[in-house]
Structures are given as C-alpha cells and as structure tokens.
Design a binder for this molecule. Structure first.
Ligand code: SF4
Length: 138
C-alpha cells in the first residue's frame, strides 16, 4: 500500500517523467507504473509529506511542509470527495476524478504551481475522463 498526500493524486495524472531530480523521478515513475499496471493497488490518503516528498532533493527549497501545500492537499481532496485517512484503490481514485473533476480545475487548485503551464496535468485529467487511465511514461 502506498501513502499519498492530496495534491499528488492530481500530479500523478499528468506525470510524464519530469521532476525535481533523477532520484525523485525514478521514485515517481516506479509508483506511476505500478498504479497504471495494477490499478487495484491500495492508497492511504495522508496529511503532509508522503513517499514522493521523501525523494525531494536536498538542493531545492523544501516546500513539502509549507502551509500552502497542506491547503492545496485539502482543497484537492475536497474536490475529489475524499478525506485524509481513507484507504482506497487507485481505480477508485480514478472514479472520483471522473465524477468530480474537470481539466480546468487545475487552473484553480494549482494556480501557483510551476508545472501547471506545461498543460500536462489538464491533459491527464482529460484522459481519465476519456476512460484511458494513466498514460505510459516513456
Ligand atoms: S499543476 Fe503542479 S501541483 Fe497541480 S497537478 Fe500539476 S504538477 Fe501537481
């Protein structure tokens, strides 16, 4: 079972192999691939730094414990109709995305994120709405 914070559920949808460092992307690619191949994998929704934050490079400004990131987690979980502490499969999370999220939500929930301008996160949500699941990271 993986333990993930709220906003990383969105980040996984648009993940294309980009990230903060080689170690960070290696870890995220492994998780992404597992969820893509085994959508019945269980996820526990947690508050604060998770298994992806663990690989955030020492060199960058560590933002994972900033209040604004906690706020983003809470807003995204609320949007998805989910709560901290819940345990559910990745497939269930995709169902919540289909039910409660539209691509333009990224513009609101992720307004301050530097990755937003790439457009991949909106694209990732659209692909879930289209029933495609996570896109393979090449
Ligand atoms: S815009 Fe940033 S925080 Fe939002 S889903 Fe994309 S990478 Fe994650």
């Amino acid at each position: 079972m993986y333990r993930l914070r709220g906003h990383h559920l969105f980040c996984l949808l648009g993940y294309r192999g980009m990230g903060y460092s080689e170690e960070y992307t290696k870890n995220m690619t492994r998780l992404h691939q597992t969820l893509r191949e085994y959508p019945d994998t269980f996820i526990q929704l947690i508050e604060g730094p998770d298994q992806l934050c663990e690989k955030y490079p020492n060199s960058g400004e560590y933002h994972c414990e900033e209040n604004r990131i906690y706020d983003k987690d809470a807003a995204i979980l609320k949007k998805l109709g989910l709560k901290i502490g819940q345990i559910l499969t990745w497939k269930d999370i995709e169902t919540h995305v289909r039910e409660f999220v539209v691509p333009s939500d990224i513009q609101v929930e992720c307004a301050t994120c530097s990755w937003r301008s790439y457009g991949v996160c909106e694209e990732g949500i659209q692909e879930i709405l289209d029933g495609k699941g996570l896109r393979k990271v090449e």
